[in-house]
Write a protein that binds this ligand. Structure first.
Ligand code: 6PG
Length: 243
């Protein structure tokens, strides 16, 4: 639990450390990013992180199906706040194609691109997730079919959060990442966070990701941590660190 600038510092240190380790072990660092308020608040600090961006491959955990120049584009948000200011080479940037009218084909092509870079089945070094008030992560919403999908990428046409049409990585991809970072700010997220931290059988997407991933870091401001009983630093085991 900390204020947002301190959480941004912690995230920058995690990205720097994981990038260094991944690039030493496997030559490249692979990361998948979100949109939303956490991106807006955390990514400007990441643009200043000390990382070899020429050996960092960027994907999106989810993308709204709008043109890349649209104000709602998650690609556009991350590009303007992080990738462009950091000088990430265009060849390292892998958004889904949101201009293909055939959503199934675009999702399959995005999965193929992910597998080309991160292996099959794909294992990303890091995924950065925001959390919705309803406990969604990426565009995996509670009770929806995409939550049970086994393909790496699917399209969603009925997202309860606008816009309705999106591409999303599925649970197998998110939970296979070497590190999952879950960021949430504000009291509106407190109930979803409390359930993810305190209820071992919660069906919420955020809870399912947190349970199944090998290494999870929660970055929470005090309002989002709310009344969760689980200690703010360590959760169920020493590898599961909360901020
Ligand atoms: C998006 C995101 C989405 C987001 C959550 C939380 O397309 O909006 O990628 O998964 O992370 O909805 O968003 P907020 O932080 O804005 O509430």
């Amino acid at each position: 639990m900390a204020d947002i600038p301190a959480l941004a510092e912690r995230l920058a240190a995690l990205v720097e450390g994981d990038a260094r380790d991944a690039q030493a072990a496997r030559a490249v660092f692979t990361v998948a990013v979100s949109g939303g308020s956490t991106a807006a608040r955390l990514y400007p600090r990441l643009a200043e992180a000390s990382v070899d961006w020429t050996r960092t491959e960027f994907f999106w955990v989810d993308e709204r199906i709008v043109p890349p120049s649209h104000p709602q584009s998650n690609y556009g948000l991350a590009a303007s706040l992080w990738l462009w200011p950091a000088g990430v080479p265009a060849a390292r940037v892998h958004p889904p194609n949101t201009e293909d009218p055939d959503f199934a084909r675009a999702a399959a092509r995005y999965a193929a691109e992910l597998e080309r870079v991160a292996g099959s089945p794909p294992v990303l070094d890091m995924v950065l997730l925001g959390v919705g008030e309803d406990g969604h992560v990426a565009s995996l919403f509670p009770g929806r079919a995409a939550l049970e999908a086994t393909a790496p990428v699917v399209s969603v046409t009925d997202s309860p959060k606008p816009p309705p049409e999106r591409y999303t990585f599925t649970l197998p991809v998110l939970t296979s990442a070497r590190r999952v970072v879950i960021a949430a700010f504000g009291a509106s997220k407190a109930e979803a966070i409390r359930e993810a931290l305190d209820e071992p059988d919660s069906p919420l997407p955020v809870a399912r990701v947190a349970r199944r991933a090998a290494r999870v870091v929660f970055l929470l401001d005090p309002a989002a941590h709310g009344t969760a009983r689980r200690p703010s630093r360590l959760t169920s085991d020493a590898s599961r660190l909360c901020g």
